[in-house]
Design a protein. Sequence first.
Length: 252
Amino acid sequence: MEAAIYLLWVVLPGAVMGRWTGYIIQRAPGLPRYLSSGELPGRACGSEHEAPGRRGGHGKARCARWAALTRGVWRHRYEASGILALLPVPVGEPADGLLAALWINYLFHCLFNWFLVTLSWIDYYTLRLPDRLTLPFLVCGLLNQITRERGIPTICALADGLLGALCGGGALLLLNGLFRCVKGHDGIGGGDIKLLAGLGAWLGWRVLPELCCGAALAGLAWCWMTRCAVRHRQIAFGPCLALAGWLIYISP
């Protein structure tokens, strides 16, 4: 029974969420051609250009299995990311009288994860966060503040979300203005500012310092692992914000 509930609440919605993400991304203009296919970018392991005799029979078989696995993961990358985002969803049976509230919270949980997964993939590929997703994400965050059952008045919950949006977006906007005065160009994209404002609307203003520190650490770790700061001078900061926000959202 628990396995069926887990499949119904996590695996199927996560796969559908990921498939919808892929549908949106593959129809966006200006993306690499390999996004619409199942092939990995770059040279695959054990390709025909590899020098002969460098691998034995077992090495070639192992490399072929690894290449097939990576191609399979890449082909279903959107579905996998959607399922992973929904893994922390509680799957216990609801108590009497709480079914409506449970479904509302679950719906907003799926919306939160879908927006973050989709925005992360789009920013990873294009270094842009479109307004048609960031602004609805902010509005949904304010609605979530109103509908959540937390034992506080609705006006206080809405004020918490509004203050989180204003402080989150305003802090990055001020930081970007200071950076522009010093360097002469923007250091933070407008989409990142709107994404942080949306996360502030969802999570409230109290978690903004923790959220910014977590996103900054994730960005530094990404630069260190990929050397983006040296080679490209730009990184996709949206996935870093999304990861930090997601970890705070699922934390008790």
